[in-house]
Design a binder for this molecule. Structure first.
Ligand code: PMP
Length: 445
């Protein structure tokens, strides 16, 4: 049998991958399940571009699903990783760099006093849920339909991301008991939150929410929604877990909270971070006030641990990324998001494709179909049910037309587009040039 590394064509390489990896991938959305066709196997990436095993280059709007804020293989990050690797890959003992990373996070998000480092966003939310239950002594968790918090048993019900792509309501292998401890509510619906607290408030440990959801496509919180969650949870003795795995250090230096909570004067009890905090290496974290975080072992009774937690090479990548992510980086990414989202919208409008630009900071996606509006008056889908009702079939031909023209978009209409500091005029120009034909393909779908 041909091994992947011997295969000369992308087709042959993926055929082999499929024979030894379920679906040919290590994470489901990579398999092109909803757009069809053969995923490109990536051999290398630099700046705004990825290159496949056949040597074809694509402008990349996936950015490793968020981490590559600075662009791929940023020289300062690669150098930091190489230097750290040369000092040893893993010690299983504390290092100075872990506390430096915590310092960097606390400087950006002052609502965090202490940080626990883990390796994936899933671990961060899983630990946050356990911590909330440990602190409150209550069993139930409230989550919102369409919000994805990693593949934690208790959080997979009506999750977005790959479950939306594969039209799965949840996952097999989750016990009824685990599912019964999660209450799923419609997003952006504070009345539903008030009602569930009125009925079961004394059993609810926490509400967990994406700071600005970007796993059902982008659906920004309505003005006052997150602040309302804070008010209700505080009044009811429950914790608020703000999942910034995707938005943290990406939409601003202090994440979505920096755009909203900092200005409005509220903070959650627990933040979860991932993606950018590791700059492309496996680092994630949960953080919050010391009074909450000190419930974690070894100080408190809530157990959590990890052989590779705070791994020195991964932490070096995260630190170098946060240090390089200055104001200019965020301004550049914001501007690039304006230019690209407006160009896509103009191309779709030019081809007569009804759509809404769904935007949250520098994150955006497109919902296909005549704009809807709920009581908020904001055009476009405001919750998971509305997102799922869109003309999703227009996305696959649009996606493939862009891919054929050398632009790699997220392979699902239910995912955000990610820009980076490396998306310069040339990269943006290549995207813009590819749009008219792609918009026509969407129109003809
Ligand atoms: N929370 C959010 C908001 C996410 O977007 C993700 C990943 N896309 C996760 C949690 C899980 O992170 P990981 O994939 O690193 O486990």
């Amino acid at each position: 049998m041909t091994s992947t590394s011997d295969a000369t064509t992308n087709e042959a390489a993926f055929a082999h991958a499929r024979s030894v990896l379920p679906g040919g991938v290590s994470s489901p959305v990579r398999a092109y399940g909803s757009v069809g066709g053969t995923p490109r196997l990536i051999a290398s990436a630099r700046g705004a571009y990825v290159t496949d095993v056949e040597g074809r280059e694509y402008v990349d709007l996936v950015a490793s699903w968020g981490p590559a804020l600075l662009g791929h293989a940023h020289p300062a990050v690669v150098a930091a990783v190489q230097e750290a690797a040369a000092r040893g890959l893993s010690f299983g003992a504390p290092t100075c760099a872990e506390a430096e990373l915590a310092d960097a996070v606390i400087a950006r998000v002052p609502a965090v006093e202490k940080l626990r480092l883990v390796s994936t966003g899933t671990e961060a939310t899983m630990t946050a849920v356990r911590l909330a239950r440990g602190v409150t002594g209550r069993p139930l968790i409230v989550k919102f339909a369409g919000c994805y918090h990693g593949h934690v048993d208790a959080l997979l019900a009506s999750a977005g991301s790959g479950l939306a792509t594969l039209a799965m309501p949840g996952s097999a292998g989750v016990t009824a008991a685990a599912a019964a401890e999660t209450i799923v509510l419609p997003y952006n619906d504070l009345a539903a939150v008030e009602a569930v607290f009125a009925a079961r408030g004394s059993d609810i440990a926490a509400v967990i929410t994406e700071a600005a959801p970007a796993n059902m496509g982008v659906v920004a919180p309505n003005p006052g929604f997150n602040a309302g969650l804070r008010t209700i949870t505080q009044a009811q003795g429950a914790l608020l877990i703000l999942d910034e795995v995707l938005t943290g250090f990406r939409v601003s230096a202090s994440g979505w909270w920096g755009l909203e909570g900092a200005a409005e004067g509220w903070a959650p009890d627990i933040f979860t971070f991932g993606k950018v905090i590791g700059g492309g290496m496996p680092v994630a974290a949960l953080g919050g006030p010391a009074a909450i975080m000190d419930h974690l072992a070894p100080l408190g009774p809530v157990y959590q641990a990890g052989t590779l937690s705070g791994n020195p090479v991964a932490v070096a990548a995260g630190l170098a990324t946060l240090r390089a992510a200055d104001t200019a980086v965020y301004e550049h990414v914001d501007r690039a998001a304006d230019v690209v989202s407006e160009a896509v919208s103009a191309a779709l409008a030019g081809a007569g494709v009804a759509h809404t630009v769904q935007r949250a900071g520098s994150l955006f996606s497109f919902a296909f179909g005549e704009p809807t509006a709920d009581a908020s008056g904001i055009p476009g889908p405001r919750d998971y049910a509305a997102v799922q009702a869109q003309e999703a079939w227009r996305y696959p031909p649009f996606f493939h037309a862009m891919l054929d023209a050398g632009v790699a978009l997220p392979p699902s209409v239910f995912e955000a587009w990610f820009l980076t500091a490396a998306h310069d005029a040339d990269a943006v120009g290549r995207i813009v040039d590819a749009l008219p034909a792609a918009a026509r393909a969407a129109a003809d779908a």
